[in-house]
Write a protein of this length. Structure first.
Length: 185
């Protein structure tokens, strides 16, 4: 009987831990929520978008209600592949007005800007930026500080999908691109 009680207690503990960890992986605005304005500093990429490197602006505002992908990452080296893939998808869907920008988050602004410049090299359509609120992104976006990369996809000023990624491997990149394709159908 003691074993059964111990086993039940262990299973209950594991289920509780699993539900807590499932809640922890949520990050960013939820589908249907409005996307707010926030300022960023452009560090690299999208050389022809009329915004100079070093300029502070609101890309979310610049893009208005167009379909857009906002990436918030704490691991820019890992997200570099996603930047390249998004660059291609934005180019392929320019007729639909698709836009994207990548936000590098870090505890140190200078380090974030250096990383942003590195991963934004060669990106023709996707600017890589550092938010003014560089540690966790805009406060009203609910970016979970425990999540490596958060992707928010929006159209018409509202979120259509939000993804919390522990890593940005091929599978995660495919999931993001699938959501983007759903957006621009």
């Amino acid at each position: 009987m003691k074993r059964l009680t111990s086993l039940c207690a262990a299973v209950a503990l594991m289920l509780t831990a699993a539900s807590v960890s499932a809640e922890e992986v949520k990050s960013g605005l939820k589908a249907g929520e409005r996307i707010g304005a926030f300022d960023v500093v452009k560090c690299a990429g999208a050389e022809d978008d009329g915004v100079a490197v070093g300029k502070t602006l609101c890309y979310r505002c610049k893009y208005g209600t167009r379909p857009m992908v906002m990436v918030f990452t704490r691991n820019p080296e890992e997200a570099a592949t996603l930047v390249k893939k998004l660059d291609g998808v934005v180019a392929q869907n320019s007729d639909k007005g698709l836009k994207a920008f990548v936000n590098v988050l870090a505890n140190d602004r200078d380090a974030a800007e250096k990383q942003a410049k590195k991963i934004g090299q060669g990106s023709k359509n996707v600017p890589v930026v550092v938010p003014v609120e560089f540690e966790n992104g805009p406060a009203n976006y609910g970016i979970n500080p425990k999540v490596t990369t958060t992707v928010i996809i929006a159209e018409g000023g509202k979120v259509t999908a939000s993804l919390a990624l522990d890593s940005v491997d091929e599978q995660a990149a495919s999931k993001v691109l699938s959501e983007v394709q759903n957006l621009v159908k």
